[in-house]
Design a protein around this ligand. Structure first.
Ligand code: SF4
Length: 1001
């Protein structure tokens, strides 16, 4: 479609660069008063309509009687109401919803049973086996689109495909060339000029068209086509139409004007490069050195402008319009400064539906409900539990979240059931999330938005807009009999219009600032503001390259050439913007982008500047930095980026950040005196009785590793909320298996695993490993249970059980003269054991004894290494101390002669490490052990009290020295010392204190 016949020849060009195109045979359309000869005047926006009406009503004695002034869409809707069949015109959200539903239904109808499944990316495959090229079998075209099966072509229902389809429907529905191609595709043929996938897409659009029809909805393009078909009734008498939107006619307009012989049309379009600004309007330029300085430059100028105007006593408060690429962000930066100056500021912008509180909570819940199988995200559910739309307080929501995360076995249904009981509002949100029929409940959430305490009016409006978007989608889904899935797809990409207004704290009626986009500003009425500020005028923010995307390709193949280029569109918008201000136009170009790279002026800015130059190709009449000729440098505004605080708050350059209060900076590891009691916590017995300060051996060991790391892990508790399936849980499982194994094995009459009973031991171990694994599922959530929830984790659990069976080979050779006498031996306060000056409480994994009254303490580990060996250990580098502490405590509790404190690995590598008395234990009885690194001296060296190296002391002296260093550690712990002091470089490896200055030091 090349254009409206007869409209191709441009008429004269007026001062503003506007050309009048007209059909031959028509008079020029202007009467003595200008536009009175037109029956219909079509403008770009209702704001322009209003402004036109006012202007022309004043100019003309008979007012606007018998003249229709409106927008094209509104004109079509009015005519549709009079002559149409009663169907409602679809809105963008309804279009997306119905489009998604239509494609999904088509996919299900055509898919073989096994293709109804979703793909990995969640897209549904649409396969159509009966697609033929219209010109016969075009094997080449079809082959390129095949999915491996002859004649079977698929189209993934991705968000991109849905957007493309919706754009086709919006821009080209009802246009004959497009409709013909859709009809062909629906009949199972591939139009000659299209690929098979493009034809599939059109087939989907055809299904959408049919679905709309059945639901009593209609595209605006089809409305236009209908009116064109019924032109004799609709346009019964000749009408003269002026299209004064500034842009060329779109395809719908062209189709109507071409089809209706009773319509004589003149089109006014902006042509040629941007020209000079009207006389009487001041042109100024602003150059912040970077993006960070732009808001401050604009705020300062607006503040100076509005203050000055009011002092001169102008009748009404002036209005400033600020057009920016991201109006919301600019508004948030400028609002405090301008509101403080008594200026009323408002913003009109769009935000994603998903960024509104209601939208985010609803979509999170939808994700939980729509996740396939058992894989559902508790993090998504956590979002849905936040106030106010969950009906829970923040505390209740967090508690519910913690409870769910601490139970890795909780099923989605069980979780949702518990939340339904906890909150009626949550169950209502859930109903909305899964059933379009439940949108009647949206009123509940609108009431919540109205009544939420401490929220701004703008926030309430934002939530209402989000609820309204949901209502639009669900209404469409109901009409076409679809579920909630198409609504969710549409809402994920939806944007809602937000409008914030800041009322100045001390209103001075200084003026009003409206922050919006260029496109929205261009729709405002001519001369509707006193100053227009155009921000972000860089080539990056306002490119003029034509898009060469899939839609353009498809339209091009159908002969639907774009009526305007990106450049002409930009010129058209800029031409309208230039007519907006009565007093001043300020053009702002940041000289550098966010990364500090130089920017280039937007094409429109450059054209504006060039219009003031005698020779735009010359390079000696403009300065190097701003690219301005001398004539335009008057009143130039600059702002540097070095004023960090002033720029961040959009304040004047002299602004200094006020200190609200002084918070003493505490060095890492220093706890406030009033919080000291939270460090050294008193221990309590199971019956609640106070025992006093008595940290467990594992706590002491962690404290010795690094006091601050211990503090972060044990007191601040920086660990994950989710119940895990890691080393901790594996350790709990292995400990339980090993304990039960020896109970069962000794009950069979075996004192210890030995080479001659190894087979029986393996049999028992296998059986115990399985039964303990089953019992894990009966344990309380958060108790350290080892419960796999996936195939991968199940295999991990089986590997652990296998390693435990393999461990028996090592066990059969380890300390053959000893046998387990105590398993999971608990030393509680009743035993009265004192250690390092405090009551000792702890559980020893295993105590083995021999026939001579000797004993060894065994602590099970997943692996052993340098830290467990006594070699190289000293008061400065204590290593692992648990087994050594147990050794001394067991001596005192049981009166045994403890001769070894061992860590034994049941993990992949079966080995042992620790400390032992070389006089009592033979090295040959310690397999898989670097004996020389765990062996204590036979006798103490001279002056042992000053000897640093623990390994050069006897086992008993080494235990004494260990107790001394533990006593010192407990004293420091009780005093609240939690400095970052790692005992070795390994300490920092898994430390949760990410910002520690000592890390790696
Ligand atoms: S990073 Fe290292 S020094 Fe810092 S707290 Fe953690 S373990 Fe201690």
């Amino acid at each position: 479609m090349a254009g409206v016949p007869g409209c191709g020849a441009a008429g004269q060009v007026d001062a503003a660069g506007v050309a009048l195109k007209r059909r031959p045979g028509l008079h020029d359309g202007r009467d003595a008063m200008g536009m009175a000869e037109y029956d219909v005047v079509l403008l770009a926006s209702f704001a322009q309509v209003e402004e036109w009406r006012k202007r022309h009503a004043q100019e003309r004695s008979r007012g606007l009687f018998a003249q229709t002034v409106t927008t094209f869409n509104a004109w079509m809707m009015d005519l549709w109401e009079l002559h149409g069949d009663g169907r409602a015109v679809v809105d963008p959200l309804q279009r997306q919803t119905v489009m998604q539903a239509a494609f999904e239904r088509l996919a299900c109808e055509h898919a073989p049973d096994d293709l109804a499944a979703q793909g990995a990316d969640g897209a549904v495959g649409m396969q159509v086996a009966s697609m033929h090229a219209a010109d016969g079998a075009d094997a080449g075209r079809c082959a390129g689109n095949r999915n491996g099966e002859d004649g079977v072509v698929s189209l993934a229902l991705s968000p991109g495909v849905m957007k493309l389809s919706a754009r086709c429907a919006r821009d080209a529905a009802g246009v004959p060339a497009f409709e013909r191609a859709v009809d062909l595709a629906c009949a199972g043929n591939v139009p000659t000029e299209l690929s098979v996938r493009e034809a599939l897409l059109l087939k989907g659009v055809g299904a959408y068209r049919d679905m709309l029809q059945g639901a009593g909805l209609i595209e605006l393009g089809h409305v236009v086509a209908y009116l064109a078909r019924h032109e004799r009734e609709v346009f019964a008498r000749p009408l003269r139409v002026l299209v004064n939107t500034g842009a060329p006619c779109d395809w719908h307009m062209e189709h109507l004007f071409e089809s209706c012989s009773n319509l004589s049309v003149d089109v006014q379009v902006a042509q040629g490069a941007v020209g000079r600004i009207s006389h009487g309007v001041a042109l100024r330029f602003g150059f912040p050195s970077g993006r960070y300085a732009q808001a401050a430059l604009v705020a300062q100028h607006v503040r100076a402008l509005l203050g000055g105007e009011r002092r001169e006593g102008a009748g009404t408060a002036p209005t400033v319009v600020v057009a920016a690429k991201d109006p919301l962000s600019l508004y948030k930066q400028m609002e405090p400064e301008l509101a403080g100056a008594g200026v009323q500021v408002c913003v009109q912008a769009q935000v994603p539906f998903s960024s509104t509180d209601f939208g985010r909570q609803l979509l999170s819940l939808c994700r939980v409900l729509q996740d396939e199988g058992d894989a559902w995200s508790k993090a998504d559910l956590a979002d849905a539990l936040l106030p106010p739309f969950s009906g829970m307080s923040r505390r209740q929501g967090l508690q519910a979240d913690r409870g769910l995360r601490a139970d890795r076995l909780v099923a989605r249904e069980a979780a949702l059931a518990s939340l339904r009981i906890a909150s009626d509002t949550f169950s209502q949100l859930e109903e909305i999330a899964q059933d379009p029929e439940a949108d009647i409940l949206l009123g509940v959430f609108e009431q919540i938005a109205f009544g939420a305490p401490g929220r701004s009016q703008a926030w309430r409006m934002e939530q209402l807009a989000a609820a309204s978007a949901v209502r639009s989608c669900t209404a469409a889904a109901r009409l076409v009999g679809a579920g909630m899935a198409p609504c969710v797809q549409a809402l994920r990409d939806a944007a809602v219009v937000v409008s914030y207004e800041c009322v100045a704290e001390t209103p001075q009626d200084a003026g009003r600032v409206v922050v919006t986009t260029q496109a929205a500003a261009a729709q405002m009425g001519l001369g509707s503001c006193d100053c227009l500020v155009l921000c972000d005028l860089t080539s990056e923010d306002y490119p003029v390259a034509d898009k060469d995307d899939a839609a353009a390709t498809l339209f091009g193949k159908l002969g639907l050439a774009a009526n305007e280029s990106a450049l002409s569109r930009a010129r058209c918008t800029f031409a309208m913007l230039m007519k907006l201000s009565r007093g001043e136009l300020l053009c702002v170009r940041p000289l550098n982008d966010w990364d500090g790279n130089p920017t280039y002026p937007a094409a429109m800015l450059q054209e504006l500047i060039d219009s003031y130059r005698a020779d735009p190709t010359a390079d000696d009449d403009v300065d190097d930095v701003f690219g301005l000729p001398d004539a335009l440098r008057a009143g130039l505004l600059e702002r540097g980026e070095e004023l960090l605080f002033a720029n961040a708050s959009a304040a004047s350059a002299e602004a200094v950040q006020q200190r609200a209060c002084e918070v003493p900076r505490r060095p890492i590891g220093q706890v406030a005196p009033d919080r000291m009691s939270a460090v050294a916590v008193e221990r309590r017995a199971d019956d609640g009785r106070a025992i006093g300060f008595s940290p467990s051996p594992s706590q002491v060991e962690a404290y010795l590793d690094c006091p601050h790391k211990w503090f972060a892990q044990s007191r601040v508790k920086l660990e994950d909320l989710d119940e895990g399936f890691g080393a901790l849980e594996r350790g709990s499982y292995a400990h339980a298996v090993l304990q039960e194994f020896y109970c069962a094995f000794q009950a069979l009459g075996f004192a210890k695993v030995a080479p001659d009973n190894l087979d029986e031991a393996r049999r028992v171990m296998r059986s115990i490993a399985e039964s303990v694994a089953r019992e894990q599922f009966d344990l309380e959530p958060g108790s350290g249970r080892y419960v796999p929830t996936s195939q991968m984790e199940q295999r991990e659990r089986e590997a652990c059980a296998k390693a435990l069976v393999g461990y028996l080979d090592f066990e059969a050779r380890f300390l053959p003269g000893f046998h387990p006498a105590y398993l999971e031996y608990r030393i509680d306060p009743e035993r009265g054991v004192q250690y390092a000056g405090h009551p000792f409480i702890g559980t020893v994994d295993r105590i083995d004894v021999d026939d001579r009254g000797n004993a060894v303490v065994i602590d099970y580990k997943g692996s052993v290494g340098y830290a467990h060996e006594i070699a190289g250990k000293s008061a400065q580098l204590p290593g692992k101390v648990q087994a050594r502490m147990y050794a001394r405590a067991v001596e005192r509790a049981l009166g045994l002669n403890v001769v070894g404190a061992f860590y034994v690995s049941y993990g992949e590598k079966h080995a042992a490490a620790g400390a032992f008395d070389s006089r009592s234990i033979e090295a040959a009885h310690l397999p898989n052990m670097k004996v020389e690194r765990s062996c204590c001296a036979a006798e103490d060296p001279w002056g042992a009290i000053d000897v640093e190296d623990f390994a050069s002391l006897t086992f008993a002296t080494m235990l004494d020295r260990t107790e001394q260093l533990v006593a010192a550690a407990m004293q420091a712990m009780a005093a609240g010392k939690v400095d970052a002091s790692p005992s070795s470089s390994d300490s920092c490896a898994y430390c949760p204190v990410t910002a520690c200055p000592k890390r790696g030091a």
